[in-house]
Structures are given as C-alpha cells and as structure tokens.
Design a protein around this ligand. Structure first.
Ligand code: FES
Ligand code: FES
Length: 401
C-alpha cells in the first residue's frame, strides 16, 4: 500500500492505495463518485473519461498512483460549470442519450470540444467524438446537441472559459518521481515547441524498467533454421518484411535506425527509433534492444525482443518471439487490453508471410516495395472486429470447450 494525495472536484483527498489501483476504481469504490462509468476497461470506449489537470483522460487505464498531486474533475464536479449546464440541457432537448451509460464520458469530451473548437461543424464533432462510443443513440442527437452548444458559445452566450492546449500525451501518466506538488492546467510547452529528441538520447531497451507490454508469439516458415538464420543476418533484408517499417540509413554494425508507421483507430504514430541487434550463432538466438518515439503524437516505446529458431519436424523453422516493451503516450491506452497483443500477432503474421516469400524466392530480397497484403491502417478495425465476433460467439454459442 502507498499513500496518495490528490484533488478531486476541488477537495483534497489523501488515501492509502494499492499501487495497481486504477483511477476509475479509486473514484467509484473509495470516494463513491459513481458518475464515472466503466465499460470496456481498456481505453477504447471513453465511458470513463474525466479531466486530469483540466484535460480529458481515460480513468480506466490511469493508475491513481501516477496522479499524485493531480487535479481530478469528474462530471459530479462540473455540475455548475456553465458549458456543462448548456450541454446537459442540449442533450436532453436533442435526445442525446437513451440508457445514459456513455453520457458522463460523452459530456466531458463534449465540453472539451466546445472549449477548444469554436468553429467545429458536425463532421469535426464526429471526428472529435470518435473516442467515445455510444451503443444506443446513433450519435445524431449527441452531435446535434454539441453543435448547438458550440454555436451558443460562438455567439458569446456562454462563459468564456478557454482550455489551454497542453502537449499531447497521457495526462496523469507522469513518471514516478516527478510527483511533487500539484500540477496545474498550465501547459508545459506548446506542442510545436516540444523538444525534439535525438535518437542518441533515447536509452535502448528497458534498462531495468517494468514493461507494460509482454508478448510471446511464434510462427513457422518452410525453410531450414540455417536459411532463416542466414536471412536474419542482413537486417536490410529483414526490415522490408515488417509492414510499415523501413530503414532510415544503412545499418552500421549492430546498430540500425529505422521508422515504422502504425495506425490504431484515431491514433496514427510514426515511430522513429534505433536498435542494437545481438546474435548468438551457436544457439541461433537473437536479441534486439530498441527504443523510439513518435514526435508528432507523443507516444514512446522502448523494449527488448528476443527470437529463437527451432527446427520443425517437416524441415522448416519455428521462430519464437518474446517482446517486452514499455509503451508510453496515447498508444499506451491500448496496451492493457490485449489489443496490442492482437495487433502484434497480425504484424507477425504479415512478417512471416513476407519472410516466406523472400526465403522461397517468390519475392526478391532486394525488392523493398513488396510487403504483406496487410493494411496497417485497418489493423484496429480488424482486431476490434475479430474481438466482437469472438464476443458474439461466446454470447450466442457459448464458450469454447
Ligand atoms: S471504460 Fe475506460 S475507455 Fe472504456
Ligand atoms: S446512451 Fe446508452 S450507451 Fe450511449
């Protein structure tokens, strides 16, 4: 148990908590603030959205231990807020809710839209709302309600609170050790002024830190371990097998610099990173220590990947992969749920496909233009669709024996 002190709806709260407690659980179970709803508990639906230091955040994937000194505001704390009053009225008038389960999170996001975007049209409102899912309304009433309040505000009929833009990133997810004092709503730096980090400054691997993503996967290719090991010795041939990845410059010994583009739902990350690749010829085992950041989106990743080759009975090779990584930033919201694991599985599948094509000569190893028939941009939809199918199968057919 650890002590925590933070401000919730203007009241200073000091408690002792389990380090693994999430903010939403803390608010609901310890403070009886039950307007913050929990649905997916994996950062996807937005039902748990509240404000941390004035910025919308997912409380289901925020550790309360990382909110030491933070200013938390739930919908209960916005009862008299003029924009929230206008939004509640507009939601009622436009039938912007049915069961109401999504409504607290929807209202918090709506308030943020009204405060930031004085000219938002309905298309923009829909885009901004894409992180809040409603299973009842069809969104028409919600979008219309927000649109009315945006108009009211533009006409000067609402109090002039302006949300200051802070840097993108996981509000509330401040690193341990930086918790002293209350963090205000003042931005630390405008996004455009964010410090560019040179690759040399990014420490490789986990460096003793705890990973928040741990994945084990394996795949089989038809060629022998010797062939696969030999292929892996040339990183310039390996990288094009990875969907969305490319080298920035030719490898220098064990060191490589590359980039990778990943799109997850509304988030696009263009990672630039570097890695060190170590190989053990005797055991046909390799370790890759890497780190990278998405300087436009604020996500960062560092970690280690280990691969081991094993012969299969049919003369092929099983490649066993273990990834341990620390993901920080907007993409980290997907880490807890297994969505990252599903996505890595699909990238691995595509990698295996590309590898096989090159090993068998179907694609030239020097052909950088040919990659797997996987659209990285559709990964999130594919994964969510696969999950929904599994969920419906469980509901209507029953669990697998
Ligand atoms: S419950 Fe937090 S995003 Fe769904
Ligand atoms: S009103 Fe029911 S989930 Fe949105």
């Amino acid at each position: 148990m650890i002590p925590i002190c933070l401000t919730v709806n203007g009241r200073v709260v000091s408690k002792t908590i389990e380090p693994r407690t999430h903010l939403a659980d803390f608010l609901r179970e310890r403070l009886n603030l039950t307007a913050t709803h929990l649905r997916c508990e994996q950062g996807a639906c937005g039902a748990c959205t509240l404000l941390i230091d004035g910025q919308p955040a997912r409380s289901c994937i925020t550790y309360v231990a990382l909110c030491e000194g933070a200013d938390i505001t739930t919908v209960e704390g916005l009862e008299d807020d003029p924009i929230m009053v206008a939004l509640r009225r507009a939601f009622s008038k436009e039938h912007g809710l049915q069961c109401g389960y999504c409504t607290p999170g929807m209202l918090v996001t709506a308030r943020d839209i009204v405060m930031r975007l004085s000219n938002a049209d309905q298309a923009r409102i829909r885009t901004e709302l894409s992180g809040n899912l409603c299973r009842c309304t069809g969104y028409v009433g919600i979008v219309r309600a927000i649109s009315h309040v945006v108009d009211e505000r533009r006409r000067g009929e609402l109090a002039g609170i302006v949300r200051q833009e802070g840097p993108l990133g996981p509000v509330g997810a401040r690193p341990a050790g930086s918790n002293s004092g209350r963090v205000t709503n003042a931005p630390t730096a405008a996004p455009s002024a964010r410090k560019e980090t040179s690759l040399g400054e990014i420490a490789l691997g986990l460096g003793g830190r705890q990973p928040n993503v741990e994945i084990k996967q394996s795949f089989v290719v038809s060629r022998s371990p010797a062939d696969v090991w030999n292929f892996f010795s040339d990183i310039a041939h390996v990288v094009p097998c990875l969907p969305g990845a490319s080298l920035i410059r030719p490898p220098a010994g064990e060191h490589v610099e590359g980039k990778m583009s990943v799109k997850l739902g509304p988030i696009t990350a263009n990672f630039v990173g570097h890695a060190r690749i170590m190989r053990d010829d005797a055991q046909q085992r390799g370790v890759i220590m890497g780190a990278g950041n998405d300087q436009s989106g604020g996500s960062r990743a560092a970690g280690e990947a280990e691969y081991v080759l094993e012969p299969t009975a049919s003369g092929g090779t099983r490649v066993m992969l273990t990834i341990r990584a620390l993901l920080v930033g907007p993409l980290a919201q997907f880490g807890r749920s297994g969505i990252v694991e599903d996505i890595v599985a699909r990238i691995t599948e595509a990698f295996a496909y590309n590898l096989e094509a090159r090993l068998t000569g179907a694609v030239s190893v020097d052909d950088q233009s040919v990659q797997a028939p996987l659209k990285v941009g559709t990964l999130f939809r594919q994964v969510m669709w696969a999950r929904m199918k599994a969920m419906f199968a469980t509901i209507f057919v029953g669990p697998k024996p």
